[in-house]
Design a protein around this ligand. Sequence first.
Ligand code: GLU
Length: 506
Amino acid sequence: MTDKKVRVRFAPSPTGGLHLGGVRTVLFNYLFAKKHKGDFVLRIEDTDQTRYVEGAEEYILDCLKWCGLEPDESPVAGGQYAPYRQSERKALYREYAERLVMQGHAYYAFDTAEELDKNRKEIPNFQYGQAYRDSLRNSLSLPQHEVDALLDAGTPHVIRIKMPADETISFHDMIRGHVSFETNQVDDKVLLKADGMPTYHLAVVVDDYLMKISHAFRGEEWLPSAPVHLLLWDYLGWKADMPQWAHLPLILKPDGHGKLSKRDGARLGFPVYAMSWFDAKTGELTPGFRELGFLPEAFLNLLATLGWNDGTDQEIFTLDELIEKFSIERVNKAGAKFDFEKAKWFNAEWIKRSDATTLLPHVKTILAEKNINITDDQRLITLIDLIKDRCVLLPDFYQQLGYFFEEPKSYDLASVKPKWNDQKGDFFKEYIEKLANIEAIQPELEEPAFKAFAEEKGMKIGDVMMPFRIMLVGSKFGPHVFDIAASLGKQETINRITKGLVAFSA
Ligand code: GLU
């Protein structure tokens, strides 16, 4: 660690929904910042206007809020290094690009899109770089007076980095160790576009420098860009301030073959985005973990374990524990396979471990979506405690609790009817009378009373208990039957037995 103040950033481009890998990048940045009492910055990298998507920035902000990973500095929160949206910083990048041209590390290129397309078509593996730059239209190949004339005439142009020949560039990655690149294999990337906007390569270096970023953690897909960035840090004279980098491993498809994509989610039936994303252009809705019924705590916990562990068998971590235990050096360099069953396991564990009061608002929302509006929070809290161990995803609370608030819409008749007879019918009719005479149902008294009554009537307890449950719930699941009856209350229990009798005898 350097003694620089820790400042990390998440720097998404607002182009659509946030892949779970993106949220894991946020999480690792956040954990590192909090562990080292540093700052976590959100910077919106929106310099590619052609990829800009309306609503994507709000989505990112909502997503960080849902996860509880709120940035210390952002376009909304502001901060000492504002603005945090690169499009609003447009004016400041040109100066650095021009400085690179002056130093001979970059050059103006006047080639039109059509000319470049032609080259790409005609020359196999065409790259704008050492092999061809002399035969293209740029300030390295054209005489100075022609370059000046083109510039004076306002001819559209870009500024490209001039990749040096035959150099090996290397850096120390906090996860991968020593990483090196051959400059001959890298093309002359555009730094400043014809519209005056910087490309990602220039903007990321300038902003990481100006915003005093100490550590830059980003996805492995950015590793091929690292040589360009390394050279820019060097050429701009900022090498001593370069952040320490770590490139996070990919999240892989369940079978381990390749990067997990949005399409894999659709194909295999699980979400890949943190929250649902609606693409207004295509009308496509991509489902999210939040909407499927994941708790944010569980979502973060599962993301933390994709590529990281604390060296023990511990799997369940609170955010505070993660902050305490996280270290970037313990992140694996190998890709992490995504396993949706395991993801659900995390959610079930978090539901089990969360207390009913924490779950209450989530459960109320789930029930309200089914038009069940609860005013008696205390009753709901008791019920949540009774059934939360049976829930994997939040919507399961409706299945497990709905029948406490609305009578069964249908019955599992296949389980009852084959063995239903008049004797059972008579038993329940008499049982209704017995219930009518008690004050209120108390599970610890009612269960023995029911059993004694069944015995008196010569019935096997199992033969009547299962139909009783189906009368109350509609199906064969749920907690203890007498807990259900007690919560429903005497009158509602009698009503449901009466209705059940009609349905079973029909
Ligand atoms: N704007 C890049 C992205 O969309 C950021 C990469 C980086 O963190 O350097 O992911």
